[in-house]
Design a protein around this ligand. Structure first.
Ligand SMILES: [Cu+2]
Length: 245
């Protein structure tokens, strides 16, 4: 499908929240640990590691059945943090669907706020137990979302995140994001197909997500730390002649 690369590029732009803050390495937590004051040098392991891919969960026979548990305690930039993730990682698993599939997500809430789930960019129903931003899952509860992807759905790269009103920005900033791929009929002849989920956050010296102040709550904010798949400045190797998307 010729629309796919364009959709992906557009989605990546949408994913690039706060990517203007490219001076991430000089700020806050990542540079502060193990580096002399004023230094931009990062600890080994905090950056420069090979890019990792989130776990990929693909649909089978028209259904993708998955339990996502939102909870604190993920590794970011090579360190343990109390940031939030799905199933122990931020970003959470990459969900791979085909047009016509049914996505069944049991979302278990182990964070200390109400949450829910939104499949950003998918052309799906917002009603009932579908992609419904008015669903509220209290701490300790779970909810079964059933999301029907239309048979004529465009291929592309999308993402999922909470959409509980009043806490959306905080929960994304804290790490609750994941990629959502819709495959096309045909695919490009690439040797590697990589997901790059770009996010930003601010962590204190103990690896806690810094809460938004009143100004940030009103005006929005950019994090000090820009991450790709939860890593800081990871490296992608490419062999000559190989084609990567
Ligand atoms: Cu969204």
């Amino acid at each position: 499908m010729t629309g796919e690369p364009i959709s992906r590029r557009r989605a990546l732009t949408l994913l690039g929240l706060g990517t203007a803050a490219v001076a991430a390495g000089t700020a806050g937590w990542a540079a502060g640990v193990g580096a002399p004051a004023g230094s931009t040098r990062l600890e080994p392991g905090a950056s420069g590691a090979p890019l990792r891919q989130p776990e990929m969960i693909a649909s089978r026979d028209g259904t993708l059945d998955v339990t996502l548990t939102a909870a604190a305690g993920v590794r970011l930039a090579g360190r343990d943090t109390s940031a939030w993730g799905y199933n122990g990682t931020s970003p959470g698993p990459t969900l791979r669907l085909r047009p016509g599939d049914t996505l069944r997500v049991r979302l278990v809430n182990h964070i200390d706020q109400p949450t829910n789930l939104h499949t950003h960019g998918l052309h799906v129903s917002p009603n009932g137990n579908g992609d419904n931003p008015f669903v509220t899952i209290e701490k300790g509860d779970s909810f079964d979302f059933v999301i029907a992807v239309p048979a004529n759905h465009p291929a592309g790269t999308y993402w999922y995140h909470p959409h509980h009103h009043g806490t959306v920005a905080d929960q994304i900033f804290a790490g609750l994001v994941g990629a959502l791929l819709v495959s096309g009929e045909t695919d490009l002849p690439v040797t590697h197909d990589l997901v790059l989920l770009i996010s930003d956050t601010t962590l204190d010296g103990s690896g806690r997500v810094v809460p938004a102040g009143p100004m940030a709550t009103m005006m929005g904010r950019e994090g000090d730390l820009v991450l790709v798949n939860g890593q800081h400045q990871p490296v992608i190797e490419a062999a000559p002649e190989s084609l990567q998307r």
